[in-house]
Design a protein. Structure first.
Lengths: 214, 221, 214, 221
């Protein structure tokens, strides 16, 4: 059975881990898993997330708590703390175009060696990347992105670990679930079974379903 | 109309064509949704994962699971669909978005645009802007003509680019411009300004359209 | 409104068109659309489909009827006619690994310039393709695939053109709907509305919903 | 057990580990599903778009929308899910399949495999085999040891390859072999045959394991 409690979840983490966190401006981010990670006090984390959340919400909590060494995201605009820490060198930030970020995560989960995209051509995103001309158009070669752990938020999760996401909470969650060695899902609701036609993350990508301590 | 932003948004809305898939940037561009012309049906896409984006919900009706790309509560209209970010950006980069409207810090006469970073000052990140600029079939910049009196329409962007040569049109409170291989052509003018006043606030040299029109500002909704 | 009838559908086709046909061993292939295409007698078609169907089912009907100049597929094993026509030069067949085929179609719809895959390394699939070494692993550069028309089969289609596929009928359909200039869907069932959470092909990818002639 | 194919399938089934995601090729490999050992729970994936593939439905219960990769009616077990081919091959190529079992025409001592084409004779196509071979964590070939008496386990494949160096183990009616950097090692032997009989039917030179075991053929289900 994949069900573990928050304490077991916390015991899993170590300094220096890379962690993908689902969510888009914290919508679709599992706050209980973030809170538990804050309690672990593990540090030097590499966090991969669409954005920096808000100072007191989502991955912003980990940043405030000085647990993050490097943030890989598409924007940090709504988290002034992240901006300040980046400016004074206390947080390394790698900014990646959003479409490229999600596609790199997908490529990581899908076993691709990379993909060619026109996004970023003629900008500083080009730096350090291979440029390729295919059929007379210029592209950047973008490489796959993987991580140790994915923290996922499921709206409905069945006992097998199948996940359905509600409304705009889906965002990066399904791709991250595929791109990490260990995927933890926080279920907003646990149900017995789900219709196999509508499952968005099949159970084989979910290693643990995390629930409150008893 | 109560301010410059609304005025620009009203004019941009006239560019919407029936059936268009449209992505609006945060800020001024969002206002365009308020002025969709009568008889025109467009589908707003939000890059966080939905199509048929609707207006703000009534107070008390907000669903915390349903927001736009700015994290604000929204609604979904009939016929809409939710999807993940990979599909959302397949829509954007696969040229399935007919029109995107974005704000900007700078635009230049080559259609270059800079709107994601002011080095050592403001580093919000590019979010989905770089993808939208290369992927959307048509790119409209909607912004105030100047920043505290300083031109934003330049010969050459000085800030790091968001995309190279992707801008098609610029809409400001002074007029409507299109990017051509020969430079920026002023095609509509707000009659509150003269051509020379506009040129004075524009670093790039403007080509004045032979059939320069009065900026259409008002339309029925 | 996107609803057209079979006659209008037939008037759309011309010799030499490229057509993607959804389905996997004809499961998820729309037979009524194939039948209509047979009636048009258009020829020199390039058909892109997972397989060659059976001699009298799916794209096999078009092959039997000599309407296909070139077939791009991952296998043709269950259609002996296709094999014979290939052997005697009456049908050009390009065989592509199934995962590469679907990913190329996805890349076509998603605006990517290509992707790197280890599939086919050390085989004749390599021929004519650029080989790249990324982080010490060898990959083939595979290019996007697009077509003029996609023929899709939806299990449930709403009035807007949103599509849900039942069971294993989904297969190539969603990717093909995105990769073509004109996408036609045959609805097994038309419904007023669908739950926006469970839509598999959003309406923006569907140009026409085809129904029986009145 | 009624024939060679069932015998091989039974032995391969002993390789299944609890929780494995498994993809079985068409033909002999499909039979492995009939012999999953007691207490072992595995998830069969079918590349046409499902996980938790179940047995054939009862007569009259077939759903034409629900088949395996061979187009045959199947069922889906509790906890299963359907998905599109892009996700299906993301599962396969992204190393989320623990084990694949495939038939073959030829295998050689470098772990090369040829099973998709006999030039000018049989050109069925590779289907998903090339993807499975490079993507699955473990690759098992399950086949008859010879083709009408002619060896299929070779020094070097003569047919066009399906994949290079991807085979981990070979199961035939004569024994169980593993591919090592030094060649093919016979680790289990069917007591109906002698080592020299097996070597005679094998073009590649076999390394005989020091702890060569009797092939385990029977287990409770």
């Amino acid at each position: 059975m994949k069900l573990i409690n928050i304490n077991a979840f916390k015991s899993f983490f170590q300094d220096g881990m890379s962690i993908m966190v689902g969510g888009f401006m914290v919508v679709g981010t599992s706050e209980p898993l973030i809170d538990a990670l804050v309690e672990t006090k593990v540090k030097d984390l590499t966090i991969i997330c669409n954005d920096a959340g808000y100072p007191n919400k989502g991955v912003g909590k980990l940043i405030e708590n000085n647990q993050v060494k490097k943030l890989i995201a598409s924007h940090i605009g709504l988290n002034p703390t992240a901006g300040k820490m980046m400016a004074n060198g206390r947080l390394e930030v790698e900014l990646i175009p959003q479409g490229t970020l999600v596609e790199r995560i997908r490529a990581g989960g899908a076993g691709l060696g990379g993909f060619l995209t026109p996004t970023g051509i003629g900008t500083i995103v080009e730096e350090g990347k291979q440029k390729m001309r295919v059929d007379d158009k210029e592209y950047l070669l973008e490489k796959p992105l993987k991580a140790d752990v994915a923290l996922i938020r499921g709206s409905k999760v069945d006992q097998y670990g199948n996940v359905i996401y509600h409304a705009t909470t889906r965002n990066f969650n399904p791709m991250m679930a595929m791109a990490c060695n260990h995927t933890f899902v926080w279920p907003e609701q646990i149900v017995d079974t789900l219709d196999p036609n509508y499952i968005m993350t099949p159970h084989i990508f979910v290693d643990y379903i995390v629930k409150e301590n008893d | 109309m109560n301010n410059i932003k609304d005025m620009i948004a009203r004019r941009v809305a006239l560019e919407l064509k029936d059936g268009d898939v449209v992505n609006l940037g945060i800020g001024l561009p969002t206002l365009v949704a308020n002025y969709v012309p009568k008889g025109i049906n467009v589908f707003f896409q939000s890059e966080n994962g939905l199509i048929n984006l609707g207006p703000k919900p009534e107070a008390g009706e907000e669903d915390p699971d349903l927001t736009n790309a700015g994290g604000q509560p929204v609604t979904i209209l009939p016929g809409g669909a939710f999807f993940d970010s990979a599909l959302s950006f397949s829509i954007i980069r696969g040229h399935h978005v007919d029109l995107t409207v974005l704000g900007s810090l700078q635009v230049d006469e080559k259609g270059n645009i800079a709107n994601w970073i002011i080095p050592n000052k403001m580093v919000p990140g590019m979010g989905g802007a770089m993808d939208l600029l290369v992927g959307a079939k048509k790119v409209i910049v909607a912004m105030s003509h100047t920043n505290k009196g300083k031109p934003k329409i330049l010969k050459k962007c000085s800030l790091p680019l968001t995309a190279k040569g992707e801008v098609d049109m610029i809409f400001t409170e002074m007029g409507v411009m299109e990017i051509t291989p020969y430079g920026i052509r002023l095609i509509e003018i707000n009659p509150q300004y003269t051509i020379s006043e506009i040129q004075e606030k524009t670093e790039a040299e403007l080509i004045i359209a032979k059939d320069l029109k009065k900026m259409e500002l008002i339309h029925e909704i």
